[in-house]
Design a binder for this molecule. Sequence first.
Ligand SMILES: NC(=O)c1ccc[n+]([C@@H]2O[C@H](COP(=O)([O-])OP(=O)(O)OC[C@H]3O[C@@H](n4cnc5c(N)ncnc54)[C@H](O)[C@@H]3O)[C@@H](O)[C@H]2O)c1
Ligand SMILES: [Zn+2]
Length: 413
Amino acid sequence: VKKILQKILVPYEYPVVFTRSVFAPRNDDLLAAMDRLNEGRRHRVSVYVDAGAARSRRGLLRDIGTWFSARRKRLELAGPPRIVPGGEAVKSERRLLSLTRDLAAQKLCRHSFVVIVGGGAVLDAVGLAASLVHRGLRVVRVPTTALGQCDSGVGVKTAVNLAGAKNLIGTFAPPFAVINDEQFLETLPDREWSGAIAEAFKVAIIKSAPFFNELCRSAVRLKARDLRVLARVVRRCAELHLDHIRTGGDPFELGRARPLDFGHWAAHKLEMMSGFRISHGEAVAAGVALDSIYASLRGWITKPECGRVLRGLAESGCVLWYPELARRDRGGKLEILRGLEDFREHLGGELCVTYPRGIGRRHEVHEVRATLVAKAILRLKRTALSDSWKRGLRACRAVFVVDRDLRARSNVV
Ligand SMILES: NC(=O)c1ccc[n+]([C@@H]2O[C@H](COP(=O)([O-])OP(=O)(O)OC[C@H]3O[C@@H](n4cnc5c(N)ncnc54)[C@H](O)[C@@H]3O)[C@@H](O)[C@H]2O)c1
Ligand SMILES: [Zn+2]
């Protein structure tokens, strides 16, 4: 025999449960998720909690403790819940190593559970560590940010940053289950709130015109922090992401196309350029705006369609302009364009960027014209900073406390 063709098909299955107050005494959704294989044994569980979520919801740690003690016949805590810092700071090499060591010290086996309660960054970092220990523990994600619930938390990837590069090391590691608890959305700061909206626009623009229309209609209520509207948007956005991963034919991104990364080549670069002062969701709003203008310059969407995208994002509270977008290096080159190079490198040589083609449809292109990107940046700046454009936006009556620094460089009205 000269060649044996080894072919392995591995099915993955994980429930994404929408609930409220996951650690309330009578809520058994988390237990049901962990016990979904009916293994009839007591599960060993380690819990990690995002410090930001713990800070903003008083009693969270106590509730978790009480919830587990009431189910001690079925679940055994490997130790007290661990608090980890939230946000991009946790996605470092050093943290990854300490998380891995911490997991390893808890005598977990491949069938033990790691429950991660936190934002996208904590899910990414602890999720990566958990996917490495014993080559993968069972992870149940409880995303506590809107972006986590509608995007990062329901997907199959984990990552941390390395050597100045965003998400450079990571794994494909589908979770055992995801529990989306609406109650966590109540305490989100404004900027985290609008981050999810940017991802919702992203997926709507390339996949669903009806959802895009719904987002535009709901923009003012989203900005006014109408929780019911946000919960619906989060759910629909999660559905579209799940649908894409399930039916898109490339869940582990072996091919070049990355439709869900629409607007992200600029977003990732913008995050890095700002030293992560600009959050992922904030950067995505600007990236989606920029790539929509580029798409309109290329004739892939009409000018009015592009106008609706910009208006929809701005009316729902997203900031569209950051001075970093126009920053040039010593040679006079726009620094943001380096994001395209990073993207090309990540894909392995050939560039493949997703753009809308009409609202709700998409296509992949292999060439992005630098001069047109520069033109799009100029147009975005003019629009976002123009007083007459801002006056034309529908504003909600609610009064916002926007941090001064943010207001200074924003188009928040
Ligand atoms: N793995 C993936 O597929 C994927 C996809 C998209 C984004 N991401 C990653 O997700 C990260 C962004 O995640 P994010 O937008 O969820 O923000 P985040 O995780 O950076 O959290 C932002 C802040 O909110 C705090 N926080 C968390 N929950 C809270 C709550 N309920 N109330 C108040 N504060 C709370 C955190 O402590 C943190 O300070 C980025 O690192 C991005 O790269 C990963
Ligand atoms: Zn994203």
